[in-house]
Design a protein around this ligand. Sequence first.
Ligand SMILES: C[S@@+](CC[C@H](N)C(=O)[O-])C[C@H]1O[C@@H](n2cnc3c(N)ncnc32)[C@H](O)[C@@H]1O
Length: 183
Amino acid sequence: MKYNLRRITEFNKLILENCCDKDKVAVDATCGNGRDTLFLAQHCQKVYGFDIQKQAIDNTEALLKENGVTNYQLFNCSFAKMEEYVEEGADVIVFNLGYLPGGDKDITTSAEETLEGLKAALGILKPHGTISMTLYWGHPQGKTERKAVLEYCRQLDPGEYHITYLSMPNQDNCPPEIILINN
Ligand SMILES: C[S@@+](CC[C@H](N)C(=O)[O-])C[C@H]1O[C@@H](n2cnc3c(N)ncnc32)[C@H](O)[C@@H]1O
């Protein structure tokens, strides 16, 4: 049986709603089709969005325009570069790993890039900020990525960062997991 994706997506939104506010700056590290970018734009002062695929940036821009949202800047480049573009720092940073829904399944996030992105995110995270990373580990790249992210998170200073790890243990087929990092 396929895992319940809607449940964990909604749960993540509930958490994010509590971290967002009209004076907060957000980053959507992986725009994809723009659903998270739209959510962050609607709940924060501004959102910066990143994606390596032009198609994802175009889809996101179309969705934001369709919803009358203007408080955003999108960058067609890797999230590893967010420090260059988000000079003011960010309160909320969201990673939704894997491949573009409805797009090329061979273009996915990778362990190396994701660790670079995570380090960049920690570099711009404002005090009392939140990083939310949803891991999809049903595909081979995803398994390596999940292992690398968990290993990296485990060695973060517990005096500086609080890490929460959410999973759905009674669901089959490598159900998605969420890692939350708070400083
Ligand atoms: C699961 S999708 C994101 C879904 C999106 N949050 C949504 O609401 O539709 C993952 C996205 O990450 C993008 N991606 C892969 N590697 C990336 C990188 N290094 N930097 C930024 N985006 C990347 C892919 O192009 C893909 O669009």
